[in-house]
Design a protein around this ligand. Structure first.
Ligand code: SRM
Ligand code: SF4
Length: 535
């Protein structure tokens, strides 16, 4: 457990104070009590903050209707799990919906506090957990969405991602060792060649790399064996400190460490321990891992990680294996298993309703192996579809709503939650994002997808910095009135040689946005105005 006396700071912010009074995870034992007293009579700190340790978020925009953030490691779930999530929101009628998130995850809406005991029971029965998914915890751990399916992958990330989640959450039950971090913490592992998880925007990420290593290693049987590797072996270069916040955004930097897959979980553990015990806790705006790295310098940080790791860290491989452009997985693709395919469905801005989720579960069961996968683009994949079943899957009516071949702007559209449910939001995002691309597609023709990301405020949950065109909500003044507007980001590059985009234009009122975007699409992305229709 965290010993706050060992932190390097002297004064604590208000979040640190309430965490010191009572650990967030303590609410796990009080769910029955909260359900019987109701949300209005609850202790406010428990309701507004500590409940997030079990993934339950009070929504000031819709008081009494909570959001529940799951953990879906590597974005993989079964049709049975999808059905349980659908059942949870179904009872809330129009209030109940679900969002696929930018961390390959699912959030449920409309949740009533009195239903929590039963919901947790249902989730546990199908091995789902929402524990430690908010506040000062490690977020959903992302991995390759086509792990184990992709003929060109270097490493199947599924098992490692699950092991890391198990370590951090004690098999989904909650682990007090890691429930009092100085701030949120993001972890990603990429095993393919296209950096499908945006490794560079995580506090800790593992990127495939081959290394010639000599020395001792632990055999599969657990014995230490001396071996000299004559040819390069597979492992990961480690990058650290990537994050977005309202105050600062940074891409992760190399830690100059390479680890074989069997050391990944242990390395995650020690990096988290160093962050927990030494991360900055005085100013919440300066509490993410990169601020500690800045204060210490990378060498001191690496040395502290190495000390706790208990053996010498191997220096990074000279290069990593990210050498592909990023794929979006929307459409039909051959798997490495002969005769099998995966089908990526486009889910407009990630929004699902109960009936959609039942339908997707049915497709996965009837045509695939019952498995469903999520992507950081807020879309989903149904894997393991036999060649012989493909044609009939593609005639299913639900594919009209969740297309395998959406129009080029719609295809790559991502949006955070925005004002409909998020009290940080400065603008409405999801509906506006859909309306805007529809209007643009009526005006211009494109020859390639352009990735437009919307985010409702500078917290950047919708990752405008990784987009071709990023739109960040703001307030603007026009004709003496305050209106919803956006700052425009450009230059985000994903896949190989990923880099963050930057703000190029500030304060465009949303009502004036379409011509501005149209011009950007024409001048930067080869779009052409459509010919006027002839009568
Ligand atoms: Fe986020 C807070 C939604 C991905 C940076 N984020 C929030 C809250 C919890 C604020 C709140 O309490 O209302 C939002 C919940 C709104 C709601 O009702 O849905 C929220 N964040 C989201 C999601 C749902 C956006 C989406 O539509 O996909 C994503 C959920 C991910 C998940 O499954 O866990 C989401 N948030 C991100 C990302 C993207 C990523 O991880 O790749 C970022 C930027 C990367 C990063 O964190 O470094 C992000 N969210 C933030 C921040 C800024 C953190 C900081 O250090 O300052 C906040 C504010 C905070 O934590 O104080 C925040
Ligand atoms: Fe809410 Fe802002 Fe995150 Fe959008 S970016 S979900 S508005 S906190």
């Amino acid at each position: 457990m965290t010993d706050l006396a060992t932190t390097t700071t002297t004064s604590l912010n208000k979040f640190e104070k309430f965490k010191a009074q009572k650990d967030g995870l303590a609410v796990k034992a009080e769910i029955e009590k909260f359900a019987s007293v109701g949300w209005e009579a609850m202790d406010e700190t428990d309701r507004d903050h500590r409940l997030k340790w079990v993934g339950v978020f009070f929504r000031p925009v819709t008081p009494g209707k909570f959001m529940m953030r799951m953990r879906i490691p590597n974005g993989i779930l079964s049709c049975e799990q999808m059905r349980v999530l659908a059942e949870v929101i179904q009872r809330y009628g129009d209030d109940g919906n679900a969002d696929l998130t930018t961390r390959q995850n699912i959030q449920l809406r409309g949740i009533r506090i009195e239903d929590l005991p039963e919901i947790f029971k249902k989730l546990r029965a199908v091995d789902l957990t929402s524990v430690q998914s908010g506040m000062d915890n490690v977020r959903n751990i992302t991995g390759d969405p086509v792990a184990g399916l992709d003929a060109d992958e270097l490493f199947d990330t599924r098992e490692l991602v699950q092991q890391i989640q198990n370590m951090i959450t004690s098999q989904g039950e909650g682990n007090p060792e890691f429930t009092n971090l100085p701030r949120k913490f993001n972890i990603a592992i990429t095993g393919g060649r296209d950096n499908s998880v945006h490794a560079e925007i995580n506090d800790l990420a593992f990127v495939p790399a081959f290394k010639e290593v000599e020395g001792a290693r632990i055999s599969e049987q657990g014995a230490e064996e001396e071996m000299t590797f004559s040819s390069p072996i597979f492992g990961f270069n480690v990058i650290v400190g990537g994050f977005f916040s309202a105050k600062r955004c940074e891409a992760a930097v190399p830690l100059n460490v390479w680890v074989p897959p069997e050391d990944v979980v242990a390395l995650c553990r020690v990096v988290l321990e160093v962050f927990r015990d030494h991360g900055l806790r005085a100013n919440r705006q300066k509490a993410r891992l990169m601020w500690l790295i800045d204060e210490w310098g990378l060498e001191k940080f690496r040395a502290e990680v190495e000390k706790r790791f208990g053996k010498s860290l191997i220096s990074a491989a000279a290069r990593d294996e990210i050498d592909w452009e990023k794929r979006d997985h929307v459409g039909v693709y051959k798997q490495k298993q002969p005769g099998l395919n995966y089908v990526g469905l486009h889910i407009p801005v990630g929004r699902l309703f109960a009936e959609d989720m039942f339908e997707i579960a049915r497709l996965a069961e009837v045509y695939g192996s019952g498995e469903i996968r999520l992507t950081v683009e807020q879309n989903l994949i149904i894997p393991n579809i036999a060649d012989s079943l493909l044609e009939s899957l593609l005639t299913e009516p639900v594919l009209n709503k969740f297309s395998i071949n959406p129009t080029l702007l719609t295809r790559s559209l991502v949006s955070c939650t925005g004002a409909q449910f998020c009290n940080f939001a400065l603008i409405e995002t999801k509906n506006r994002a859909l309306e805007t691309v529809k209007a643009l597609e009526a005006e211009v023709e494109l020859t390639r997808p352009v990735r437009i990301h919307w985010t409702g405020c500078p917290n950047s949950c919708g990752q405008p910095q990784v987009a071709d065109i990023g739109l960040m909500g703001t307030k603007v003044r026009k004709n003496g009135k305050t209106l919803e507007g956006v700052d425009i980001y450009m230059g985000g590059k994903v896949g190989k040689e990923a880099q963050l985009g930057t703000c190029v234009t500030k304060g465009i009122p949303c009502e004036d946005l379409i011509p501005v975007l149209q011009e950007l699409l024409i001048s930067n992305f080869g779009a052409r105005l459509r010919e006027p229709a002839t009568v």
